[in-house]
Design a protein around this ligand. Sequence first.
Ligand SMILES: [Zn+2]
Length: 65
Amino acid sequence: MAPTTIGKPPSEPPRLPEWLGGLLCRLGVHQNHVIDASFGFAPGETIERVQCRRCGTVTTRRGRR
Ligand SMILES: [Zn+2]
């Protein structure tokens, strides 16, 4: 009788440890995602509000298309 191999349960996606995430935020490396985008004052200018997923810091950045 052939031994049946039981597959490993699917492993969770790799996540940064909390202390490492905090360290990166202290260094200014945030995990930003865009929460709001609007047009700037100048034509062709966009203003994006980004928030860090880890520490929640909201920053505004200006871009041009
Ligand atoms: Zn952060």
